[in-house]
Design a protein around this ligand. Structure first.
Ligand code: TYM
Length: 324
């Protein structure tokens, strides 16, 4: 039996990259009765960017609704809000005291913003160790994530090994699990889809928004009847991530023979996404309209999460010489 754990930061409505790279694979792993699962909303991480309480709350709701819409079953999974488990921040402090400052300066989450270092708050700097606490607090074995999070899992493994080495075996060393063909889902500019790059495609923001996002995917300037290279086209790449083999081959043939323009290919992609995620979109709206139900599910999950967290924290506190 393996313990699966992963989280999504609540900085906006989860996008297609979040869904294909982490949410859907994590839920699939949670469906396996040989696994135990902990899936959550990383709303403490969001505070590094968002200081508006209303926005923070709303984002927590949309992120929770997206998890549930994608099929998370709360009878099989501990589903919770990170900020409901204050044990996370305590463990994060302990981990900070075992990890070299210099190593943290190399983390992408900080390095990417280090040219505007005056705008970097200490929370952002310590972000990877809050994430390490998220994982280590639940003795997670496997962490399904997109490729961008691998460095954070390496830091998690590193700090857990350092603490184990100095204090004796205390923490479980987790492993990242990345879905090969979905590790970097491209956004409308062909770069990694990311909320901060404003290049997202989101199935949960309404049909019009989705179509607009897809129509703005960058392509080359080949005309309708010119042969096109499917492998170097973001529209085709995204289509391949969601469609079945027969449909993918059909579009590939049209690209190579020059019998489809980018406009029509984009329409196909929109239709395909709306069809594939119709159930999830309906469920998302259901949960957005039933906020008390979402809140109640989160509170039940958080209560279960705290029990597990207390056990691990007790073990760590005892090793460190604090009362457990
Ligand atoms: P976040 O919220 O940026 O992303 C959530 C998950 O979605 C994956 N992802 C992608 N996968 C493929 N292609 C993309 N374009 C893409 N964009 C995002 C991410 O890799 C991630 O798996 N720090 C984390 C949240 C977090 C967490 C944790 C994750 C906090 N604590 C503990 C795992 C375990 C984050 O900001 O992910």
């Amino acid at each position: 039996m393996a313990r699966i754990l992963t989280g999504v930061q609540s900085t906006g409505i989860p996008h297609l990259g979040n869904m294909l790279g982490a949410i859907i694979p994590a839920i699939q792993m949670a469906e396996n009765s040989n696994n135990e699962s902990y899936l959550f909303i990383a709303d403490l991480h969001s505070l590094t960017q968002i200081k508006d309480p209303k926005e923070l709350k709303y984002n927590t709701l949309t992120t929770a609704a997206a998890w549930l819409a994608c099929g998370l079953d709360t009878s099989k999974t501990v589903f919770y809000r990170q900020s409901d488990v204050c044990q996370t921040t305590e463990l994060s402090w302990y981990l900070q005291c075992f990890f070299p400052y210099q190593r943290l300066t190399l983390a992408h989450s900080f390095k990417d913003k280090s040219n505007t270092v005056e705008q970097v708050n200490s929370g952002l700097f310590n972000y990877p160790l809050l994430m390490a606490a998220d994982i280590l607090l639940y003795d997670a074995d496997i962490v399904p994530v997109g490729k961008d999070q691998i460095q954070h899992i390496e830091i998690t493994r590193d700090v857990a090994n350092r603490l184990n080495h100095q204090m004796g075996s205390t923490l479980i060393i987790p492993e990242a699990r990345v879905v090969k063909d979905k590790q970097i889902v491209p956004g409308i500019d062909g770069q990694k889809m990311s909320k901060s790059k404003k290049n997202i495609i989101s199935v949960f923001e309404g049909t019009k928004t989705l179509q607009k996002q897809i129509m703005s995917i960058k392509t080359d300037s080949k005309g309708v009847n010119e042969p096109k290279d499917p492998d170097n086209c973001t529209v085709f790449n995204l289509y391949s991530l969601v469609e079945n083999q027969k449909e993918i081959e059909a579009l590939k043939t049209q690209y190579i023979s020059g019998s489809i323009g980018y406009g029509d290919a984009k329409k196909l992609l929109s239709q395909s996404l709306l069809k594939k995620f119709r159930k999830q979109i309906n469920r998302f709206h259901y949960f957005m309209n039933h906020q008390e139900e979402v809140e109640s599910l989160l509170q039940q999950g958080s209560s279960k999460a705290r029990k597990v967290a207390n056990k691990t924290l007790g073990r760590v506190r005892q090793k460190l010489g604090y009362s457990s």
